[in-house]
Design a protein around this ligand. Sequence first.
Ligand code: F0G
Length: 457
Amino acid sequence: MELPFAESYRIKMVETIRRSSREEREKWIKEAKYNLFQLKSGQVFIDLLTDSGTGAMSDRQWAEMMLGDESYAGASSYYKMKEAIAAVTGFEYFLPVHQGRAAENVLFSVLVKEGNLVPGNSHFDTTKGHIEYRKAFAVDCTIDEAFDTQCLHPFKGNVDLQKLEDVLKKSAEKVPFIIITLTNNSAGGQPVSMENLRLVRQMADKYGKMIIFDSARFAENAYFIKLREEKYRDSSIRDIAREMFSYADVMTMSAKKDAIVNIGGFIGLRDPELFRQCTVFNIMYEGYITYGGLAGRDMNAIAQGLYEGTEFEYLETRIRQVEYLGNRLIDFGIPIQMPIGGHAVFVDAKRFLTNLKQEEFQAQTLAVQLYIEAGVRGVEIGALLADRDPVTRENRFPKLEFLRLAIPRRVYTNNHMDVVAIALKNVFDRRDKVTHGMKIIREAPIMRHFTVELDLA
Ligand code: F0G
């Protein structure tokens, strides 16, 4: 008999989680104004809010924590991180920051000016926030296939070269750089192919533009390239990652994802002049250049995490778990973004709650229902997250309305995935009875989803 697949690690330390009753959850979610960000984590049984900063560090990472060098300037931990970044990504210069959005803040303080256009593939919300906060505009150039959840394109994260060239042809002088998000989180954890990266590089060169990679899940992207792009079948994840990064001028990294740490990030650069300019803002916002808002122990854990996060066996375990959950949902007939992405399963709320209109926040309604059903916390990636148009202040209604079930790295077992799948099936079976969506009571002017207050519509 063929041996079944099993995890490439064993468990050395555990954290207790607590079940609750439906009555408790109904009370708690009402108190939280139907915003899952406002729940206490102890009110959640299985937390799939995010895969960011929620992973389990390895014994080796914890050992590195003990070895961290807590010096204000010139810590050996900084050099350890520098070496790991150079080895895994090829970037010679780097600045540590406390997380991914801090990297955006520092870099965009130098590069983004009022009236700029920043084309890319479904900018992440903080990326878009940092662009719009500077009175510039994010232009989404993702391929159309990404917006049809049932279309089985292997690289739905790809940039549409025609859309990109249209922006560059019309307004090249307004474009400070092109940004590519690996994997494309907002479109469903979907990868970008090496071929697409190469072609975007060619176009960037034609118009003399820089390319920035938002690299939070670059290792998962590399895994998909290995599996889905014939030419790379026999390449190592590290070699694939090195080639991917060879097409970028700058990278921003939220180490809370693919470097499997609970906090941290960095900017990788090649140009010493841009590095110097960023240094000014790094010192102002983050901390001195050799720690950037991190403890030495955090930098050590990131360095180790970069090596572990780019091991094939780890990535295979990780992504097969996401696939396991996705396949269970598919078996129940639940509509999800296909093919299944790298870090999360994205449930197509428009197809799930067909009774409701997008104006009633279908994905948020579904997230609340799933929480009440089993204490499972997902997150809305839809009209709430899309915010209002910064100019017209009208609500934006994105083409896709997702409930994202993001899976923390090395944390839950497939038994937990079974609970999530059955809970969602139960909601699916009673979907006709969900006749009321949500309405907004109070919201912030930007990135409202974190603090929004809602009520039943
Ligand atoms: N870029 C991408 C693609 C992200 O997914 C995130 C964070 C960031 C940048 C910002 O990084 O959180 O370290 O400041 N994504 C998390 C999520 C929050 O749940 O998808 P950060």
